[in-house]
Design a protein around this ligand. Sequence first.
Ligand code: B16
Ligand code: MG
Length: 218
Amino acid sequence: MQAFLFDLDGVIVDTAHFHYQAWRRLANEKLGFDISEEFNESLKGVSRTESLDRILAEGGVTLDDATKETYATLKNQWYVELVNQMTPDDILPGIQKFLKETRDAGIKIGLGSVSKNARPILEHIGIVDAFDVIIDGTKISKGKPDPEVFLKGAEELGVSPDECVVFEDAVAGIESGKRAGMKTVGIGHPDVLKEADIVLANLNNLAPADLKKTLFSE
Ligand code: B16
Ligand code: MG
C-alpha cells in the first residue's frame, strides 16, 4: 500500500451539492425542466461537457454547440460563486486527521479529480499542501469512469497502480479506480457504491493501517 488517491467532490468537500445546485438552476432557468437529486448521482465524477449532454438528454432538449458552450460556462460561473463561499470548515469530517495520519505513515497522497476547479478549491480551503500530486480536469482528456485520472496519479507519484487505494463517492469514480487496477474505498452508501471493495459513511475513525489489513491481506 504505497499511495492513496482521493476524489475531490464528495470526498474532501461536499461540492457535489454545489454542482447539483448550479446544474439545477441552469435546467430550471434556461432549459425549462427540473433535475432530481437521484439523477444528479449520474453526473458525479463526469466531466462538465458530458454532464451537460446527459442533462439535455434527460430533458429531451437539443442545442447547438455554441449554446452548449455558453450554458456550460454559465453553470460554471454559478458554481464558482458557490464554491468561493467555502472555508476550511467545509472540509468533510475526518479528512484532515486522515490525511495527516496517511503522511505520517509514509503513504503518498494524490488528488484524482475530473474538475477543472480542483486546484483553486484546494487552495481556497487551505489544504493544497497536503497533496504530493494533483491530477485535475486540466491534465486529463477523459473523465471518469475512464481510468486515466487515477493512472496518471500513480504515474506521477511513481507507484504501481496495484499499490494504490482510491477514495471515491461516485459510481463512475469507483469504476475508474477499478479499471486502473486499484483498490477502492467507497464513501457513501453501499446500495449505491456496490462495486467498491469496501464502503464507509466517512473517514472518521479510520486509520491507514486498518485499510492495509482489510484491502491487502490475502
Ligand atoms: P468542473 P470529481 C467532478 O469532480 C464532479 O464530480 C462532477 O460533478 C463535475 O462535473 C466534474 O468534476 C467537472 O467539474 O465543471 O468543475 O470542471 O468528483 O472528479 O472530483
Ligand atoms: Mg466525487
